[in-house]
Design a protein around this ligand. Structure first.
Ligand SMILES: *Cc1c(COP(=O)(O)O)cnc(C)c1O
Length: 485
């Protein structure tokens, strides 16, 4: 057997040199591919599929790194979307901050695994420190805790699961962890707004309760949960013998960025004895804006919070956290294994983060938060987040002054939803017009914007997460869109 020892990470001079060469060559290829402003090169799906069809993914003899890098540079890199472009605003999908890309090199190179202390000593201590800081940032007290997760969907599942187990343990005196769902589980109810994220239904399904356990509460004209309706629905469910246990408020809805009234939701949860979960996958970033932090102040009153760092916080995918006001409830996710998280070690101060997590092997994503918080500081962060929210307010104002456009609702954070109205006599209906414009931008103009449906109408959406976006560029984009009508 003849292993090319050059291509392993080793601690001798030759190994370290190879490491540097490979990293540098890769960074060079990436930098070379970014030499134009388009958010997407435009290739349609069937062409791209043909280009990337892989004849033999595992050739008899490997082609070597240089040749693969060449292939990557020619075919793959040019056809990736480029969230770093100010022409990219389709989703809650952000450009990655430079220091966090540097952090990814550390994460991948050392490949720490966050499940047990002996796989991640310094990394465990950093994650614990970052989590403690986040708990304070969101206004939680001494008993709070949290854990990094793979994303908002997993953080929501984690929050809802802890809510359900809390309810079963404390209200029904039933140990779900041991016995599974109680017989009356079909009566369980979770409340979230009709514009909440679909991970609510998915979580309910995964938790064995199904979509029917999720009650969709109507929203007001600002796309916020109508708390009067929420109270009525809960009261009616209780009267009907159902078992409400959780309200999941959205702090920054995916399409509109609207924020449910957290203080009112808290009062209702106290009145009926329910858990209040905050899905702040989008809105969690607002806390860092000095100007706008007040919008999310109510997070401190929630029992659990979903924070996504790969959206407004501009850190590379994946990076998310699940925070809990009372750390006792993490017990629902704790299970001891002799080979991994021994209780005897924990008594001696070895922290095994697997005890709070749905994942076992897990990335050292906390490093990205650590690096970028330290590097930019409060002021740097406040400026970036404030800029995004200000940009959305600016764009909304422009749209309101444009007669050919209908705007849906004033932005709370950094998303603006609108639709173009066809010119009289154009023969094109509004839905077709808006869909056509999005496709044209994607394939012919290097601009990637969002599309959604609001009250049955196809709408366009700008999700403004790039701090380098500017009023001037937004003016140009609007002119471009109007020119395609
Ligand atoms: C994006 C989003 C999620 C899901 O988060 P992922 O990180 O994509 O799993 C959940 N809730 C809201 C409101 C979101 O915008």
């Amino acid at each position: 057997m003849n292993l090319p020892d050059k291509f392993f990470l080793t601690d001798d001079a030759a190994g370290r040199n190879t490491y540097l060469q490979m990293m540098t060559a890769t960074a060079q290829a990436v930098a070379d591919s970014m030499n134009h402003p388009q958010a997407y090169a435009g290739m349609p799906p069937y062409e791209l599929r043909k280009l990337l069809a892989c004849k033999d993914l595992l050739p008899e003899n490997g082609m070597g790194f240089e040749a693969v890098l060449q292939e990557l540079s020619e075919k793959v890199l040019p056809n990736l979307v480029r969230p770093m472009s100010t022409g990219y605003m389709a989703h809650l999908h952000s450009p990655a901050l430079l220091e966090s890309i540097a952090a990814e090199i550390v994460i991948a190179t050392f490949n720490q695994s966050m499940d047990s202390w002996d796989q991640a000593p310094a990394a465990t201590e950093i994650e614990v420190g970052v989590i403690n800081f986040l708990c304070r940032l969101y206004g939680y007290g001494e008993n709070a805790d949290g854990v990094f997760t793979s994303g908002g969907s997993q953080s929501n599942l984690s929050g809802l699961l802890l809510a359900r187990d809390w309810y079963c343990n404390e209200k029904l005196h039933w140990d779900v962890k041991k016995y599974g769902l109680p017989e009356n589980f079909r009566k369980f109810r979770i409340y979230c707004s009709e514009v909440s994220h679909f991970s609510m239904e998915k979580s309910s399904h995964l938790m064995g309760m199904g979509y029917d356990a999720v009650v969709k509460v109507p929203v007001n004209s600002a796309m916020q949960m109508d708390c009067g309706k929420l109270r009525e629905l809960i009261a009616a469910d209780i009267a009907a013998g159902n078992l409400p246990f959780c309200v999941a408020a959205t702090v920054g809805t995916t399409d509109f960025g609207s924020i449910d009234p957290l203080d009112e939701a808290r009062k209702i949860c106290d009145e009926f004895g329910l858990w209040l979960h905050a899905d702040a996958a989008y809105g969690s970033g607002v806390i860092l804006s000095e100007k706008y932090a007040g919008k999310v102040a109510g997070l401190s009153g929630c029992d659990s919070i979903t924070v996504d760092f790969h959206k407004m916080f501009l850190l590379p995918i994946s990076c998310s956290a699940s925070l809990i006001r009372d750390k006792r409830y993490f017990e629902a996710l704790t299970l001891h294994a002799d080979y991994l998280n021994r209780e005897e070690d924990e008594e001696d101060g070895y922290i095994n983060l697997v005890n709070k997590s749905m994942q076992t092997t897990r990335r050292f994503d906390a490093l990205k938060v650590w690096i970028s918080f330290l590097m930019r500081g409060r002021k740097g962060w406040s400026d970036m987040i404030t800029r995004c929210i200000d940009n959305a307010a600016y764009f909304y104002d422009c749209l309101r002054r444009t007669p050919e456009v209908e705007v849906i609702t004033a932005p709370e954070i950094s998303s603006v939803v609108f639709r173009l109205l066809p010119s009289p006599g154009s023969g094109e209906d509004a839905d077709t017009l808006n869909k056509r414009i999005r496709r044209e931008l994607l394939h012919h103009r290097g601009v990637v914007i969002g599309q959604t449906v609001c009250k049955g109408n196809v709408c366009l959406k700008f999700t403004l997460l790039n701090p380098l976006q500017s009023p001037e560029k937004l003016d140009e984009l609007l002119q471009l869109i109007l020119s395609l009508k």
